[in-house]
Design a protein around this ligand. Structure first.
Ligand SMILES: [Zn+2]
Length: 397
């Protein structure tokens, strides 16, 4: 199964089909846009607006005899365990960390354990490729056996933002100048009295011209229109050759796993061709208390006894080990489940909002309480064990 038919996905489908895989499914919820056509080579101008998954499948099926690609014009989250259980391998060409984490959680939920012993027949390997400009990585995840996406979550730091003092006082990069115009000058001068629309050429042009002026003041060159677009829309340009290389590495791993012809990658390869070519492979380690694959409740040490529920939620969103998006919290006390807070359902949000200001003690939580957390980054419930009496060598919140 290939998730997404974008830059990496087109390469993956082509590689897998040419290697000889005959039965491939592809999931993608996107439709084809003009800006895709320079690298997503299974699509043509006549396909604009159509489903990526469907067009990609039709292209491969007509071009490579004997290969049958089944398209799913859907989100990965639209399918449940029984769907994912039906695959031998899952290859990901995703552009989002949340989606990666979700698939990772899904494949881990397929594992079954007998007396703590992993039943290896329940493993669906995940081969994950990622690219960012001239950098890329490929990794093989054997859920329950090797490190998973959550084990190495700190490899994906939250999106880089430039410190305001740098962009205001000591810009060194063209990005700093663009960010200055975007954040400070636009707000001050507000040329159209609206917020910035990254798809409006007039807006981009205005920012482009002002950024050039500012760059000139500081002796900085190479502010380009494309870079302005990239910074304003927070996108890093996709490089077709990086996609091709990473997809080839992933497809090779799929071939190795499917045929057992040789040992798979163990387990993480990084690639960089910004300046020459560099690759490095290492064994990313499992995290003993991994949120997703360790099967032990994650301890959260609480130092301040008056800690509010809102503080706990902020911690789950900001801490590098959790990086959650919209955690919903429930607790099991006195034989029943009680929702502490949930933002995703409006009526429950309204009913539980007042809990945010309450302290954990006021909410009846104590040392050893187990809090169940649901979040869009995982299909599973994460169990947190609250510890009010921390050992001395741990970081507390
Ligand atoms: Zn893990």
């Amino acid at each position: 199964m290939v998730s997404r038919a974008g830059g990496l996905g087109c390469e993956l489908l082509k590689d897998l089909a040419l290697i000889g895989f005959k039965d491939i499914h592809v999931i993608d919820m996107d439709t084809i846009e003009l800006s895709n056509l320079n690298r997503q080579f299974l699509f043509r101008r006549k396909d604009l607006g159509k489903s990526k998954a469907e067009v990609a499948a039709t292209f491969i099926n007509s071009r490579i005899p004997g290969c049958n690609v089944t398209p799913h014009f859907s989100k990965i989250q639209d399918f449940d365990e029984s769907f994912y259980r039906g695959f031998h391998l899952v290859l990901c060409g995703l552009d989002s960390i949340v989606a990666r984490r979700w698939i990772n959680g899904m494949l881990i939920s397929l594992l079954s354990y007998d007396d703590g012993e992993l039943d290896q027949s329940t493993i669906v390997p995940m081969i994950d490729g990622g690219t960012e400009g001239f950098k890329g990585n490929a990794r093989v995840i054997l859920p329950g056996m090797t490190s998973c996406i959550e084990c190495t979550l700190d490899l994906f730091p939250p999106q880089v933002t430039f410190p305001l003092c740098t962009i205001a006082n000591t810009p060194r990069l063209p990005e700093h100048c663009i960010e200055y115009v975007k954040v400070i000058q636009w707000t001050k001068e507000n040329p159209w009295d609206v917020t910035i629309d990254g798809d409006d050429p007039a807006h981009i042009n205005w920012i482009y011209e002002k950024s050039q002026e500012r760059a000139a003041q500081f002796g900085i060159s190479s502010v380009t229109y494309r870079l302005v677009q990239g910074v304003v829309k927070n996108i890093i340009p996709a490089v077709a050759s990086t996609n091709a290389i990473i997809a080839a590495a992933c497809a090779t791993e799929a071939f190795k796993l499917a045929t057992s012809c040789c040992m798979p990658l163990d387990n993480y390869m990084v690639f960089n061709d910004l300046d020459g070519i560099y690759t490095y492979t290492y064994e990313a380690e499992r995290k003993e208390d991994c949120l997703a694959c360790s099967q032990v409740p994650k301890n959260v040490y609480i130092k301040k006894l008056d800690m509010k529920l809102q503080d706990l939620i902020d911690y789950l969103c900001e801490d590098s080990a959790f990086q959650m998006k919209n955690p919903g919290l429930t607790v099991y006390t006195d034989g029943k489940n009680r929702t502490l807070y949930m933002s995703t359902v409006a009526s429950i949000e309204e009913k539980t909002r007042f809990n945010l200001k309450k302290s954990l003690l006021e909410l009846g939580l104590k040392d050893g309480s187990q809090v169940m957390v649901a979040d869009s980054t995982t299909p599973n419930t994460v169990v947190l064990s609250l510890k009010f009496t921390p050992p001395s060598d741990v970081v507390m919140i």
